[in-house]
Write a protein that binds this ligand. Structure first.
Ligand code: FCB
Length: 483
């Protein structure tokens, strides 16, 4: 492909999905309820009233989806395991029928020469754990480590790369402070406790993954690149608060073993009541990772604002005295997100500059766009805007590599249109179009473009569907059923 940016040998191109967004079959084979099943029933929670009950029906169309991945030529496929399938009530023995689904998926991926990248938690907490406090409660972090050990005992020998949590910022702040995601709470200090317990859960899960001897383990964060609206010191300070809440309160403990210095200015009285933090937590949270996963879509521009809620008792954890500013003359996706590929390069470079040798190798574990689109007369979606988005962000990623950033892979979000959380089916991120009433999959123009891009990069990079590093098959579980 002409002018496709250069990537180093071994650079991995992939595609991603998550369990609740694609699987459907929410009541099959012993799966228990998750907080998203519950949240979707709340009137108004999901803009178009849909849910993940059927989604892309991937649970029954798994083989077809693996074929789409194989034909795309990706080196990696990032998917998530639904905790409520493995432990329907969030604790106790494994539900073998649920775990078998992923064992079959992993086998099929390996047979197709695709490296499985497994996310343990992509937001679908078992509802009984939420009833007991959810991530507000430290107990959930302990349960998460037990669940991790169960999954790793079965799949640890076949899955080379493990991601503990997807975007804990969203779990903590959209889930427990903004009320926009499950469980839909709007809280102050308990949301900060949730943030902390997610980090503790990551640390405990890393221990379980190390004990299981997996090849690579890390976390995926949605890091923001924040610009102050002006050079006014008040706006610069507001940008630091935004950066603290979005990035530093996650990356500082994970990578430096200290809490972010700007926390008190950002959260005020909410963070002062931090009895949820225990001695030894930082050592646990900062246990070395093999990589850091980065999900990037758009940057933010912010300016100073007063506390929205003057009474700290009523303040939620997202009330941090900054507000977003719309930047004019920038293309926006169907999410309303500004398209600024240069911010991805700046973010990658700034991570390297900030954390230096403490920063593990990076993987872009999500990047992509929802666009206003529909199939054309020929039945294909001609998604030129998505192609331009992907192309420009891959270019930005390659520029960061050229600037010396140790970036090892790029994962497009998403393999296929799916249940986009609070937007339901009204936002489409897929390389493959999904007709939700029938489940029919049709590759979009962007799928064909990405396939050609990977093929163009592969000869130089050794990426593409080449041989996956063999992993010892210690304890292969019995293959059940043959779905
Ligand atoms: C990320 C989520 C992913 C998807 C994309 C658009 O925040 O991890 O599931 O919803 O946004």
């Amino acid at each position: 492909m002409k002018d496709f940016p250069a990537f180093p040998p071994g650079f991995e191109f992939g595609a991603a999905t998550s369990a609740y967004q694609i699987e459907g079959a929410t009541k099959e084979d012993g799966r228990g309820p998750s907080i998203w099943d519950t949240f979707c029933r709340r009137p108004g929670a999901v803009s178009d009233g849909t849910s993940g009950e059927t989604a892309c029906d991937h649970y029954h169309r798994r083989r077809e989806d693996v074929r789409l991945l194989a034909d795309l030529g990706v080196a990696t496929y990032r998917f998530s395991v639904a905790w409520p399938r493995v432990q329907p009530s969030g604790s106790g023995p494994v539900n073998t029928r649920g775990l078998d689904f992923y064992a079959r998926l992993v086998d099929e991926l390996l047979e197709a020469g695709i490296k499985p990248v497994l996310t343990l938690y992509h937001w679908d907490l078992p509802q009984p754990l939420e009833n007991a406090g959810g991530w507000r409660s430290r107990d959930t972090a302990e349960r998460f480590a037990e669940y991790t050990a169960l999954v790793a005992a079965t799949l640890g020998d076949r899955v080379p790369r493990w991601i503990t949590l997807n975007e804990p910022w969203c779990s903590a702040f959209l889930g427990y402070a903004a009320g926009e995601h499950a469980p839909g709470a709007s809280e102050g200090t308990p949301a900060l406790a949730a943030a902390h317990h997610l980090l503790v859960g990551h640390g405990l899960a890393m221990g379980a993954l190390r004990a299981a001897g997996v090849q690579e383990a890390g976390i995926s964060l949605n890091l923001d690149h924040v610009y102050p609206a002006t050079r006014d010191p008040a706006d610069v300070a507001a940008a630091l608060r935004a950066e603290t809440q979005r990035n530093l309160m996650w990356t500082d403990p994970l990578l430096t073993g200290r809490y972010a210095p700007g926390e008190t200015d950002t959260f005020g009285e909410l963070i002062e009541r931090q009895d949820f933090r225990r001695e030894g937590d930082l050592a646990l949270i900062s246990a070395p990772s093999d990589f850091l996963g980065l999900n990037y879509y758009t940057p933010s521009t912010v300016r100073a604002a007063p506390w929205r809620e003057p009474d700290p008792a009523l303040r939620t954890a997202t009330d941090n005295r900054f507000e977003g500013v719309d930047v004019p003359d920038v293309r926006r996706t169907a999410m309303g997100w500004a398209v600024v590929p240069g911010a991805l390069r700046e973010l990658l470079v700034s991570l390297r500059d900030r954390y230096g040798a403490r920063l593990p190798p990076l993987h872009i574990t999500e990047n992509g766009s929802a666009e206003h689109e529909a199939p054309g007369a020929d039945g294909t979606v001609h998604d030129a805007d998505r192609i331009a988005y992907l192309e420009s962000h891959l270019r930005a990623a390659s520029e960061a590599v050229a600037a010396g950033v140790d970036l090892r892979g790029y994962t497009a979000w998403s393999l296929m249109d799916n249940f986009e959380w609070a937007f339901g089916h009204s936002r489409r991120f897929g390389l493959v179009h999904v007709d939700f009433p029938t489940g029919t999959r049709t590759p979009k123009a962007s799928y064909h473009w990405y396939k050609a891009a990977i093929a163009a990069a592969a000869p130089a990079s050794g990426s593409g569907p080449g041989p996956v590093r063999p992993v010892p098959r210690r304890s292969r579980p019995r293959r059940a059923g043959g779905r």
